[in-house]
Design a binder for this molecule. Structure first.
Ligand SMILES: [Zn+2]
Ligand SMILES: [Zn+2]
Length: 343
């Protein structure tokens, strides 16, 4: 089979990899759509990697034993793995499983983890049904396209009564606009890249503020009658944006973080949390029991097409990474089985 690799600084290629064999409840899925996420970072940094991608939709093509899926099923593959036995896995929060299986030890194979490939191996219970009529490219948005922000908005109880601040309008932040607008929520966003700001406005954001402007916090307060936003969601992973979320959220409001960040966020418990009554929460994925609702967003939101800016064959991986690194995109979806001109 074919799969994508990063060979060096701004160098990507498609290479041959061994075929996969189903083992126990690990089934083989033929990948028809593999959205790109933050993999461009290793492309830009020049970190060689042969495991690219964690988002996919496709078709079950081989199973080792009767189980939760059968050959021919159209599915969305959830990211990562879980033990399938602990309380977190049973409750649908498998992404936080503390006994995540070692892929190579569990499958006896080194290939099959990366979704930027023609096939993957996945535990059958992490393959969610893709309804008839939903194209693979759209279904695959139930991974990081709209998944993390859906989980965060559910946890914060965001509704049509709220104004939501979204910091960072990469594909996850733009996905947050899809979820927010589906709920009738007013959106104020913060983003530096003009392409993304324009896309956000086209998708219904009420305002997009450049964080390099003077008085960003003052602008947000002015847009909210001096109170601050009801809820905030950081999708940037930038510590200044995280701090802005805390400052711009009203008393008794809620702030969720989905952008990965390893920098220190300065917080003072009394003024920032106790006196303000703020709720802070981290959100990685979403509870699997919410999958039908995610699929409802995918089927009914008029903004889905704007969240997918490019659909490209895997064979054009070099151009796809260059585009992804340019930041002038929403979600880029790779197709491992098509060839020719991209759209
Ligand atoms: Zn588990
Ligand atoms: Zn992702």
């Amino acid at each position: 089979m074919k799969k994508a690799v990063v060979r060096g600084e701004c160098q990507a290629a498609v290479v041959e990899a061994p075929e996969l064999t189903p083992v126990e409840n690990w089934v083989v899925v033929k990948v028809h759509a593999a959205p790109m996420c933050a993999e461009y970072k290793s492309f830009v940094a020049g970190t060689p990697t042969a495991v690219l991608g964690h988002e996919a939709a496709g078709e079950v093509v081989a199973v080792a034993q009767p189980g939760k899926v059968k050959v021919g099923d159209r599915v969305v593959a959830m990211p990562l793995y879980g033990c399938g036995r602990c309380a977190l896995c049973h409750s649908g929060d498998y992404i936080h499983c503390q006994q995540q299986p070692d892929f190579v030890a569990a499958t006896g194979q080194s290939e099959g983890q990366a979704t930027m490939a023609q096939y993957i191996l996945k535990q059958d219970w992490l393959l969610m049904p893709l309804p008839d009529g939903v194209p693979y490219e759209r279904g695959a948005l139930a991974c990081c396209g709209i998944g993390p922000s859906f989980g965060a908005l559910q946890s914060m109880g965001v509704s049509a009564f709220d104004t939501l601040l979204i910091t960072g309008l990469g594909p996850v932040g733009l996905g947050a606009i899809v979820n927010a607008r589906f709920r009738g929520t007013r959106v104020i966003a913060v983003e530096t890249v003009p392409w993304r700001a324009e896309r956000a406005l086209a998708m219904g954001a009420a305002a997009v503020i450049d964080p390099r402007d003077e008085g960003v916090l003052a602008q947000i307060l002015e847009l909210t009658g001096g109170r601050g936003v009801d809820c905030a969601l950081d999708c940037s992973g930038n510590v200044q944006a995280e701090r802005l979320c805390v400052d711009a959220t009203r008393r008794k409001g809620k702030v969720a973080f989905v952008g990965e960040c390893y920098d220190d966020l300065h917080l003072q418990i009394s003024p920032d949390m106790i006196r303000k009554g703020l709720t802070l929460l981290g959100s990685w994925h979403y509870n699997l029991n919410e999958y039908p609702k995610i699929m409802q967003v995918i089927q009914e939101s008029p903004l889905l097409d704007q969240l997918i800016s490019h659909v490209m064959p895997l064979s054009e991986i070099q151009a796809a990474f260059e585009l992804s690194a340019s930041h002038e995109t929403a979600k880029i979806v790779l197709q491992p089985w098509t060839s020719g001109e991209h759209t």
